[in-house]
Design a binder for this molecule. Structure first.
Ligand SMILES: O=c1ccn([C@@H]2O[C@H](COP(=O)(O)O)[C@@H](O)[C@H]2O)c(=O)[nH]1
Length: 276
């Protein structure tokens, strides 16, 4: 069985280092001339998939924007995941789960077990109940060839108050997360299946990402103010493992398929230049 790290490495080599987020904000539905209901959600997600799923390495549906429509929204999420995979994109479900023991195992079953209709190639998780509490997700990912992206240094301005806090050993909370994930990924080739989320907006923070040996998802580009030129300061020598992620910057070009594709090309050109 191919690991997520292997599949991601191959997808980026073939399609380029880009993740496009599917974030059906109410404001975007309105901008696209769609109603803020399940039919608008369905049309929006289907259009994004049709426009870019056959050309980007990774699509990242934001679960919250589907869940807000209840079970019918989750049904649209299921179709979006399936259609994205059929078109050849890897699906990173941005669901930011985090819990303990059997509850975390149930989340892992929901999102990483192929028996589930929500099964994705990878998910995002929050480590703030302790990285060890995420073990069921890591085990499920290993068993099924999936990936897990752990929040480390997030793109929002509230993040540093928690993530830069220094613990008893003199390391920041974020560095502890980074180091624990690095240990699990050690030795994996070409890339480990555990990734980290590190925002493109955070600047140079002094955190050491050099041993991660896994993908570094970089949200915060475009609408949140981050630019491809910011990536070098944030990631330094780890630039080669960065997976830049754009949502609104691309989505606001819709609903025209041609315009969505052009926006995707434009941001991909920008990040290719920055990543070298
Ligand atoms: O630190 C983080 C972690 C996740 N996100 C998510 O990424 C997208 C960003 O959307 P944009 O429209 O490109 O700003 C969104 O789904 C966030 O929940 C993040 O922004 N920062």
């Amino acid at each position: 069985m191919e690991t997520f790290g292997e599949r991601l490495h191959a997808a980026v080599a073939e399609r380029g280092p880009l993740c496009v987020g599917i974030d059906p904000h109410a404001a975007l539905l309105s901008r696209w001339g769609l109603p803020d209901d399940v039919s608008g959600l369905e049309r929006f997600a289907r259009t994004v998939v049709e426009a870019v799923a056959d050309r980007v390495a990774v699509l990242k549906p934001q679960s919250a924007f589907f869940e807000r429509f209840g079970s019918r929204g989750v049904a649209v999420l299921e179709s979006t995941i399936r259609q994205s995979k059929e078109a050849g994109a890897l699906v990173l479900l941005d669901v930011k789960r985090g819990d303990i023991g059997s509850t975390m195992a149930a989340y892992a079953d929901a999102y990483l077990n192929p028996a589930s209709t929500l099964c994705s190639d990878a998910i995002t998780v929050s480590p703030y109940l302790g990285v060890g509490s995420l073990a069921p997700a890591f085990e499920s990912a290993a068993a099924h060839g999936g990936g897990v992206f752990v929040l480390a240094l997030t793109s929002n301005p509230e993040g540093p108050a928690v993530q830069h806090a220094v613990g008893a050993g003199g390391r920041t909370v974020a560095q502890t997360v980074i180091d624990e994930i690095s240990q699990v990924n050690a030795g994996a080739r070409p890339l480990g299946s555990l990734g980290l989320v590190v925002g493109a907006t955070i600047g140079e923070t002094g955190h050491d990402l050099s041993a991660v040996n896994g993908p570094l998802l970089a949200p915060g580009l475009g609408a949140q103010g981050g630019t491809p030129d910011d990536l070098r300061a944030v990631f330094g020598e780890s630039l080669h493992n960065v997976l830049p992620s754009y949502s609104r910057e691309v989505l606001s070009a819709g609903p025209s398929i041609a315009d969505l594709r052009a926006a995707t090309e434009r941001v991909l050109d920008g990040v290719r230049t920055a990543l070298g």
